[in-house]
Design a binder for this molecule. Structure first.
Ligand SMILES: [Zn+2]
Length: 161
């Protein structure tokens, strides 16, 4: 067998091994996120409901006696109610988070608006380009006397927003 053919075979073998091994290596990092608290509760709610149905069916078909039926059903219904309460609490918590985010957005907007007004009123120093306050007579950066009319027209063009 010529050396070229052997090398080509080895190269092909390496490619095949890599193609087969890569998806296997990928599996180490789980692509699926663990279920959230809500998903776990929803899942358990479905399980409980089908368990109660099954229990009803077993009782109707005479597979379990009344005493067991009542005891089991009671505990399952209680667990179902518990799950519904926890889901309701999650809803409540999410609403709180939504409200908090909205409040933060509103605060951020207020800060931006205030900042924008302050910038509009500020005077740009004609000597160093520092943005001084509207009432400043001298540049706080370099001490250059500020002339509001001249300075404003100076360096930085007003931002269009
Ligand atoms: Zn200055």
């Amino acid at each position: 067998m010529p050396l070229g053919t052997i090398l080509l075979g080895i190269a092909l073998l390496i490619i095949v091994v890599v193609v087969i091994a890569l998806p296997l290596l990928d599996r180490k990092t789980p692509a699926v996120q663990p279920p959230s608290r809500r998903e776990a509760l929803e899942q358990e709610r479905r399980t409980i409901i089908s368990a109660i149905r099954e229990l009803d069916f077993d009782y109707r078909t005479g597979k379990i006696d009344e005493e067991d039926y009542k005891r089991l059903r009671e505990s399952r219904v209680a667990r179902g109610a518990q799950i519904l309460r926890e889901l309701a609490e999650l809803d409540e918590a999410e609403r709180d988070v939504d409200a908090e985010i909205e409040a933060q957005v509103a605060r951020f907007r207020t800060v931006q608006a205030t900042d924008g007004r302050a910038r509009a009123k500020s005077v740009i120093c004609s000597s160093c380009g520092h943005a001084a306050g509207a009432g400043d007579k001298f540049c706080p950066q370099c001490g250059h006397p500020l002339d509001p009319q001249k300075a404003q027209a100076g360096r930085l063009p007003a931002r269009s927003e």
